[in-house]
Write a protein that binds this ligand. Structure first.
Ligand SMILES: Nc1ncnc2c1ncn2[C@@H]1O[C@H](COP(=O)(O)OP(=O)(O)OP(=O)(O)O)[C@@H](O)[C@H]1O
Length: 222
């Protein structure tokens, strides 16, 4: 599925340069569950952004099913992202004025799906994360765990091939964390998704079948 070769991302700050990623090679197979861990500033979020086509490497290639995201024209990259890749973030990133149902539907708008089908698919996605009863609530009326379920439903409603999660349980207490991880793992397994998660949480890293560590932009398996 993913084949990264020599991926470097250099940031220039004044006269200084930082290689957030310094020649990363990484292969991720379809259906893999991979954790990326490592110290703060190690390059984890930068790597996730490369996988999601949210940023491009300074050098190197990021192949997704043989297509190099580093070279894809912007419009095709945006299209590929909206079809194939779901994102979940620590801070949920829901639109505060929209209901859970409407938040989930937003992911289907760029795909040109008609309103009636959008409504049905979003309701189905919310039920699949255990939130069928809360469709009409806005984010401020939902707990943190419930908000993250809405964000997961929004990421999954378009039936992507990949789910990328950046500290998805970072804002949650331990029991909610475990509930959310159960939801993520069950959904990924049932839908055959490739799942890549950045986490600081060593407990979660130990649970994953495969974990890699990023330190100063360099990857090691662990
Ligand atoms: N837009 C940017 N401009 C300049 N430097 C950046 C930028 N984004 C990231 N960096 C630098 O790249 C390095 C890696 O950052 P990144 O956010 O990928 O690390 P991280 O492992 O995700 O850290 P954390 O665990 O704190 O989220 C850091 O030194 C950071 O300061």
């Amino acid at each position: 599925m993913y084949e990264l070769t020599g991926v470097t991302r250099r940031y220039t700050r004044g006269k200084g340069v930082v290689d957030a990623l310094a020649g990363v090679d990484l292969t991720i197979a379809t259906g893999d569950y991979l954790v990326i861990k490592g110290p703060t500033g190690g390059g984890k979020s930068t790597l996730l952004q490369m996988l999601g086509g949210l940023d491009r490497p300074t050098s190197g290639s990021v192949l997704l099913d043989g297509v190099d995201l580093a070279k894809l024209p912007e419009a095709r990259l945006t299209r590929l992202r909206s079809e194939k890749i779901g994102f979940v973030f620590q801070s949920f990133n829901l639109i505060p004025t929209l209901t859970a149902q409407e938040n989930v539907e937003t992911a289907l708008v760029p795909l040109g799906i008609k309103p009636k089908e959008r409504r049905e698919l979003a309701a189905e996605a919310l039920s699949s994360v255990g939130l069928g009863e809360r469709r009409g609530h806005v984010p401020s009326e939902l707990s943190g765990g419930q908000q993250q379920r809405v964000a997961i439903a929004r990421a999954l409603v378009k039936k992507p091939q990949v789910l990328l999660a950046d500290e998805p349980t970072g804002n949650l207490d331990e029991s909610t964390r475990d509930e959310i991880m159960d939801v993520l793992q069950i959904r990924c397994k049932e839908d055959g998704l490739t799942f890549v998660m950045v986490t600081h949480d060593s407990h979660l890293a130990k649970q994953a079948p495969r974990a890699v560590t990023l330190r100063k932009g360099t990857l090691s398996s662990s």
